[in-house]
Design a protein around this ligand. Structure first.
Ligand code: C5P
Length: 217
């Protein structure tokens, strides 16, 4: 039997990370935070002073990513970078290097390797369009820029990072534009994806909807 995948895509701060993790927990499935791989690549490149113009160096950073995921913590080499990769600078750098087809290609196999029994919930920008196009359930989560800026603000403050609503909204718009307009794996709903606008929904309501779609397959 094939191992089921639930692909959850959407823009920055749409709530897909929270929703995907809860769905995975509920079903006892594995979880792939594909954005973390781009963030890890960005952090690794920043640490090794790889220039943002050095496409080859950036692809190498992706290809030789020594990372592992353990009990909700994320490690680069053997350093716990769970917090460090959430910094805005790292997210911004991740979004810039994510336009590079060489970087995306270098992370392809690693993403596929997360598909293990009994199943996988994968969240990102291209889970349903590129990485797992045959996933039996694909969801495209959206939310208004205002709702997303508000959530990101709360997340950052809770984690002890400085944050400013105006900067965050501007940043979200820029990141959306970069994700949607890039040539390689642009952010868009996959064919057959269910659309879910979570602007006025709690995470648990969104989880319930996704589980409902899954149960109805
Ligand atoms: O989801 P998250 O904000 O952690 O992702 C960081 C960046 O990585 C995104 O802004 C996006 O540009 C990129 N990304 C991507 N494809 C994915 C996941 C993330 O291009 N599947």
């Amino acid at each position: 039997a094939t191992i089921p995948v639930i692909a959850i895509d959407g823009p920055t701060a749409s709530g897909k990370g929270t929703v995907a993790q809860k769905v995975a927990q509920h079903l006892g499935f594995h979880y792939l935070d594909s954005g973390a791989l781009y963030r890890l690549t960005a952090l690794s490149a920043i640490r090794r002073s790889v220039a943002m113009t050095d496409e080859h160096g950036l692809a190498k950073s992706a290809e030789h990513l020594h990372c592992h995921f353990d009990g909700g913590h994320i490690f680069l080499a053997n350093e716990d970078v769970t917090q460090a990769i959430r910094a805005e600078e790292v997210g911004n750098t991740a979004s810039k290097i994510a336009v590079l087809a060489t970087v995306r290609h270098a992370l392809y196999g690693l993403q596929l390797s997360f598909r293990k029994a009994p199943g996988l919930v994968a969240d990102g920008r291209d889970m349903g369009t590129v990485i797992f196009p045959h996933a039996p359930l694909k969801v495209f989560l959206t939310a208004s820029v205002e709702a997303r800026a508000q959530r990101r603000y709360k997340q950052l403050i809770d984690k002890g990072f400085p944050a400013n609503m105006e900067d965050l909204s501007k940043d979200l718009r820029e990141r959306d534009a970069r994700d949607m307009n890039r040539a390689s794996a642009p952010l868009k709903p996959a064919e057959g994806a269910y659309l879910l606008d979570t602007s006025d929904m709690t995470a648990d309501e969104a989880v319930k909807q996704v589980l409902g779609w899954y149960a109805a397959l």
